[in-house]
Write a protein that binds this ligand. Sequence first.
Ligand SMILES: [Zn+2]
Length: 203
Amino acid sequence: MTLNATNGRVNGNHQRRIDYGAVERAAADLLRALGADVDADALEETPRRVADAYAELLTPQAFRATTFPNDDGYDELIVARSIPFHSLCMHHLLPFHGIAHIGYLPGDRIIGLSKLGRVVEYFSRDLQIQERLTTQVAGWLQRELEPKGVGVVLEAEHLCMSLRGVQKLGAKTVTSALRGAVRDDGRTRQEFLALTTRTSHDQ
Ligand SMILES: [Zn+2]
């Protein structure tokens, strides 16, 4: 992930070039291999739809990471809870979806709360595993904001788990990445975890 300075544009180094024609052909091949009649009218548009759907799921939207000077010296945790997200499991090409809780202890700069959701969405649009997504969001905030601490908790349901295999519908996978004071300072860590855990239980 290449990131430039404060207020800079986020530019992924995993910008992928999607070959729509090849994806359509591959989708048709997959359908055929699965025993489907790809010449049936009902499936005529399916390869194109599959290509469109994957292209959308795998194309991150660049955004401006607007930050502001922390002029008032705010020094308590800032937490955005229950940010919805979805991503694509790189092992099965099936979605996983859930909510993100993101908190940071500000240093010299603060960031618009809506940007926290954009950060999650940005890294979600990739072939992912939940652990990597969690650490990418935490790493981005750490680098971009240089806060005193960062905490990211993701709770997600993986369709590859709930629809097949163990088939535990609704089972949640929880991952976390704690940095700086959110990891090392007992009081801050407890406060962050209490805020995020309470949300989980409320739902
Ligand atoms: Zn999977």
